[in-house]
Ligand binder design. Structure first.
Ligand code: ATP
Ligand code: MG
Length: 427
């Protein structure tokens, strides 16, 4: 036998029954986004490396150590498998002048790639739902996307405030961050002895990211650091208050987390995360915020943006931990075909049933009736359609309930499928 090949470490196959959870989530998301006026974008998985270096910032975890970057051996181009979606969305907006007719709400769902140490909730190929609203200065849209996420949790059955909670912060504007940065660097320098290597390296390049450290030894320095929120000017404060007022009016509880910074440098004003106590250290299910200079930074006409990335694997793990399962998706019927019965009779009839909306699985390949009924039971179907020689001779098919053993078997006319197809659907 030939040697077996394996998937790449940290990259997963998604097979039934797990894939049902994915389809459930995707269906709910599509319907929800449509209700808020979002349109689909599909951008490539591979982008020029420069897009992420310029877009996310050179001194970020992602760009420094997590990107799958390579040289295209055909032409020498520097390419990267996208580690996140916003930069590609913005590139596409700029390239196609997509804001020409005004603001645009867009979304996409798909794989992202980061070279991290694989563990539960952290993979090298993972998937995100990415939602972006371009051309709105806010705070209305900031609040709207947060409320849309609450609506998503509700549709999936998650208990907001318990199984998933909102944290928000404001990163202000560049000038405010600069003033805060100077104060922060002084504070960190005053405690230089307590800084770890990572922090020392970032002290002058990206001190804000030091506040996002996962090193518990740094907690005292981080907790006593000057807070960006205290450096906000009037306009930034008003924006933040505007977002909060809508969330308050909608009865959404949140925690203001002055330490909340995000992993990319492009954010300003509103940032937020939805976190869960049910997934250990992989607690952040969804993160986002406003990025009003990114479009310009990537060569477009200045326009504001706000959006989020939701980690689908983490969300599905959370749903599982919360005991929430997709609605059952068993077929309505399973077609059992006795030996010698012509498929030329069976298959056109099944096509008619499917056209009428009935989910019916054909037992392909024959075999004893006993083994076919075993398959029918295993499929979870509610009904068996039995194509036997006697029934066929009378121009009929037998219908047997697979759920209710006491229910009598009945017959139906092959020539009038549309008149009884509906009986196979759930009540
Ligand atoms: P973390 O702090 O957990 O590394 P992050 O700040 O790097 O997260 P973002 O870049 O904000 O994450 O991505 C948005 C979401 O995508 C995260 O909140 C998470 O749910 C998910 N995510 C990020 N990296 C991974 C990964 N390697 N595997 C699975 N999901 C991920
Ligand atoms: Mg990360």
């Amino acid at each position: 036998m030939a040697e077996k090949l394996q998937a790449i470490k940290g990259m997963n196959d998604i097979l039934p029954p797990d894939s049902a959870r994915w389809e459930w989530f995707e269906d709910v998301v599509r319907r929800l986004l449509q209700r808020y006026g979002y349109k689909a974008f599909r951008t490539p998985i591979v982008e020029p490396t420069a897009l992420f270096v310029r877009g996310l910032g050179e001194v970020t975890d992602i760009v420094e150590k997590e990107m799958y970057s390579f040289t295209d051996s055909m032409n020498g181009d520097q390419l990267t498998l996208r580690p996140e979606a916003t930069a590609g969305m913005v590139r596409a907006i700029v390239e196609h002048n997509a804001l020409y007719n005004g603001p645009l709400r867009v979304w996409q769902m798909g794989p992202m790639f980061r070279h991290e140490r694989p563990q539960k909730g952290r993979y090298r190929q993972f998937h995100q739902l990415d939602v972006e609203a371009f051309g709105h200065a806010g705070p209305d849209v900031d609040a709207e996307i947060i409320l849309m996420l609450r609506a998503l949790w509700r549709e999936l059955g998650l208990k907001e405030g318990e199984q998933i909670t909102l944290e928000i912060n404001s990163l202000g504007q560049p000038a405010e961050r600069l003033a805060h940065r100077a104060a922060l660097i002084s504070h960190l320098e005053a405690h230089a002895a307590l800084l770890d290597d990572d922090a020392r390296r970032r002290l002058h390049s990206n001190p804000l990211r030091i506040l996002d450290t996962k090193n518990p030894a740094m907690a005292p320095v981080v907790d006593s650091a000057p807070r960006l929120i205290d450096f906000l000017g009037e306009a930034s404060r008003a924006h933040f208050d505007g977002v909060r007022a809508v969330l308050d009016a909608a009865g959404l509880a949140y925690r203001i987390n002055p330490r909340l910074v995000r992993g990319m440098d492009y954010y300003n004003l509103t940032v937020f995360e939805w976190v869960t106590p049910l997934l250990g250290s992989q607690a952040t299910v969804c993160g986002g915020g406003r990025y009003d200079t990114l479009i310009e930074q990537l060569g477009g006409k200045p326009a504001p943006g706000v959006g989020f990335g939701l980690g689908i694997e983490r969300l599905l793990l959370l749903l599982e931990a919360a005991g929430l399962n997709p609605p059952p998706s068993a077929p309505d019927a399973y077609a059992v075909v006795a030996e010698g019965v012509p498929l030329t009779t069976v298959m056109p009839l099944l096509e008619q049933l499917r056209a009428a909306g009935v989910a019916v699985v054909l037992h392909a390949g024959g075999g004893s009736l006993k083994s076919q009924f075993k398959r029918a039971d295993a499929s979870g179907a509610r009904h068996a359609l039995i194509f036997g020689p006697d029934e066929l001779a009378r121009g009929e098919v037998a219908i047997k309930s697979l759920r209710d053993a006491a229910a009598p078997q009945r017959t139906a006319a092959l020539s009038a499928a549309l008149s009884w197809a509906r009986d196979l659907l759930p009540a």
